[in-house]
Design a protein around this ligand. Structure first.
Ligand code: ADP
Ligand code: MG
Length: 238
């Protein structure tokens, strides 16, 4: 579970090729960060993997299965949206349980999953509150809880911390890393923030204009950037 392979995947919007054909291997349990400047195609790539956009060519395999015949809901991937995607009129419990309600899981089983996610995220004491009664960090944890209850093969994060202030961002960065250590589930994390990439990733994918400039561990990229772009972006001495 959690193995994702991109083979010659490309994406065009009309005549504009946003992602030229690319290959990428994401291994089970890996924390992979897509990093690059704004507009380089990070969100598009994540949305292709999630199935929220159709590929214009190539194939994405999830656990060895071609995804072309897998609708988004069948891919076993959970996208974590920014915290403002919560339902303001629902309690934390109901927000976290929402995907299970959609899946028509019975109430007792759903409660157990929500309680478990709340324990993992230290939200147990906040289950009866509404999102408006929570801090920014707690709201982001609720958004993550909504992904956890689905027990996905991989979590997909698209700049989840960009709304938070600097101190909270550092905090949440650590929390998401801890979550990865606890769950050991594949995570794909999109950011334009080099520090987030360097501190969180097992594997960094540096993108520029839809192309992969380099793939490697933070240390590999720092020590041996392949070109000036990677060196400049990662801030390594070369
Ligand atoms: P990033 O997330 O790295 O900032 P995006 O993946 O959002 O970049 O966008 C990559 C490029 O694709 C940009 O040039 C953007 O304008 C373009 N793009 C994204 N979505 C669409 C769309 N639905 N229609 C047309 N162009 C799009
Ligand atoms: Mg984006």
């Amino acid at each position: 579970m959690g193995q994702i392979t991109l083979k010659g995947v490309r994406k065009a919007f009309g005549d504009v090729e946003v992602i030229p054909p690319l290959d990428l291997e994401i291994n089970e349990g890996e924390f992979v960060v897509f990093v690059g400047p704004s507009g380089c195609g990070k969100s598009t790539l994540l949305r292709l993997i999630a199935g929220l956009e159709d590929v214009s060519g190539g194939e994405i395999e999830i656990n060895g299965q071609p995804s072309s015949d897998l609708p988004p809901a069948k891919r076993g991937l959970a996208m974590v949206f920014q915290s403002y995607a919560l339902y303001p009129h629902m309690s934390v419990r109901k927000n976290i349980a929402f995907p299970l309600k959609m899946a028509k899981l019975d109430a007792a089983a759903a409660k157990e999953k929500v309680d478990n996610a709340a324990r993992i995220l230290n939200l147990t004491d906040y289950l009866d509150r509404r999102p408006g009664q929570l801090s920014g960090g707690q709201r982001q944890r609720v958004a993550i809880g909504r992904a956890i209850v689905r027990e996905p093969a991989a979590f997909l994060f698209d700049e989840p911390l960009s709304n938070l202030d600097a101190a909270l961002r550092v905090n949440m960065r650590l929390e998401i890393s801890e979550l990865h250590q606890k769950l050991k589930t594949t995570m794909i994390y999109v950011t334009h923030d080099q520090v987030e990439a360097m501190t969180m990733a097992d594997k960094i994918v540096v993108l520029q204009a839809g192309r992969i400039e380099q793939v490697g561990s933070p240390l590999e990229l720092y020590r041996s950037p392949r070109n000036k772009f990677v060196a400049g972006f990662i801030g390594s001495p070369k």
